[in-house]
Write a protein that binds this ligand. Structure first.
Ligand SMILES: Cc1cc2nc3c(=O)[nH]c(=O)nc-3n(C[C@H](O)[C@H](O)[C@H](O)COP(=O)(O)O)c2cc1C
Length: 169
């Protein structure tokens, strides 16, 4: 593939950004040209043949800048190879089971159906009580959600390798 890969992410406290960077590293090791950029700073998709779009999940929703990007670029994305992933659940076990079957925000499911991504993944997240603001801390306490860094780097690396294989196949 001669065109570059874009990894665009929406991250409040950095956990999703680090997952995006890790995926970028794996793809670069496979010889691909990759840009890893906060989604709000992405202005032009012309140079990219493939796009990986990521968002942290807050109360079942993607962050608004990721939603805006999906809406604004739906048509362009539908003409490229696209992968989507969310970073969110904390706790041990399968991330989708931790979310009782949640895989993607309902409000954007129709857009995703039209874009036809190669895959939609959910990865564990990181809730760091030292980093999150007072409101978020209160919310996490209220729902008794586990805190800590549950990101599964093996699962993330394996997923990135499947993308590299597809793009270089
Ligand atoms: C107030 C609050 C609400 C959250 N709601 C969800 C949620 O609905 N689903 C989920 O999977 N994760 C939820 N999370 C966990 C975050 O998605 C997780 O911490 C993520 O890794 C944060 O990524 P970021 O550092 O890139 O923003 C929530 C976290 C906070 C602080």
């Amino acid at each position: 593939m001669d065109k570059q890969v874009l990894i665009a992410f929406a991250s409040k406290y950095g956990a999703t950004a680090e997952i995006a960077e890790k995926i970028g590293t794996v793809l670069r090791q496979s010889g691909l040209q990759v840009d890893v950029i906060p989604v709000k700073n992405v202005h032009d998709l012309a140079n990219y043949g493939a796009v990986i779009l990521a968002s942290a999940v807050y109360i079942g929703q993607w962050r608004k800048e990721a939603v805006k990007f999906l809406k604004t670029n739906e048509k362009t994305l539908s003409e490229k190879q696209v992968w989507l992933f969310s970073s969110g659940p904390t706790g041990e076990g399968d991330p989708v089971e931790l979310l009782q079957g949640w895989r993607f925000p309902k409000g954007q499911q129709e857009i995703a159906d039209r874009i036809q991504p190669r895959d939609i993944a959910v990865f564990h997240g990181d809730v760091d009580p030292e980093k999150i603001n007072a409101l978020h801390k209160w919310m996490i306490d209220k729902v008794d959600s586990p805190v800590g860094d549950y990101r599964d780097w093996e699962a993330i690396t394996a997923w990135a390798k499947t993308i590299a294989d597809t793009l270089q196949g």
